[in-house]
Design a protein around this ligand. Sequence first.
Ligand code: CP
Ligand code: NVA
Length: 312
Amino acid sequence: MSVNMKGKSLISINDLSLDEINSIFDLSADLKKKLKNGVPHKYLEGQTLGMIFSKPSTRTRVSFETGIYQLGGIGMYFGPTDLQLKKSENISDTAKVLSRYLNGIMIRTFDHQDVIDLARYGSIPVINGLTDLLHPCQVLADLFTILEKKGKLKGLKLAYIGDGNNMAHSLLNGCSKVGMHISIASPKGYRPNEEIVNNALRNAKVMNSKIEILDNPEKAVKNADVIYTDVWASMGQESEAKERRKIFAPYQVNEKLVKHAKEDYLFLHCLPAHRGEEVVNEVIDSPNSVVFDEAENRLHVQKAIMVLLMQK
Ligand code: CP
Ligand code: NVA
């Protein structure tokens, strides 16, 4: 391993250097191969990962818990009502106490600041398992999947169609760091956070790549190597779902839209997918779709992240 990430937290891809991102990918590939070939890799023997979930999860929970187990450690799940956190104990006391018991914390919550505070006041690595602002583990798995399928990242074009949400933000961070072009098409009022876009523009300048924020999905998809979409109403926005279905209808990824991409485009979606809304069956079930390889890669990439951050 060429970089030393021991003891660090992973809150945003933007905090990672290109070398660190590449080390995560190298180790992910190695761990994936070891798992498939039955080669032991208990690099975190006896370690405990606390997993705090204020929102539901299928992939994040199961891949982290299975991952830490395969590495020789144990995962400890805390659901929305399990800890004293927020009800009768603040983040800073919680962070200090948990740091005395655990070797790492993975947290999925609403307010991004809570993840920053957990890392600031605690003394063990904190891994962001999704906030309203970012979803870095997902995008590292997404980029690893694209790298596996296309053999490179730099110079490829990713089109993200839909809500300027946590996925759009982490894709802006991730693609701009690795030199991929990214075109985002969102309706007005649902565009990504301006600060994140401006930061991605700065990264893209260094990497000589292009960032476009558009409202026309066909223009965004033109000649794309990768098409990405996500739900129109994220967790916590359920009351807006009906209104959003109307606003986002022209942003559906369907057979007509994907015709504008390269013929060998990849379709990615973080899942869960709302089939018939942001994507139709004909696209998500097509040979271009790699959504289940992408979901599997959450396991391998997060194992690499845990090893790099939590190794003694
Ligand atoms: N993509 C993802 O994070 O899925 P879950 O919400 O099921 O964890
Ligand atoms: N934008 C979605 C991503 C789910 C993995 C949400 O936050 O609900």
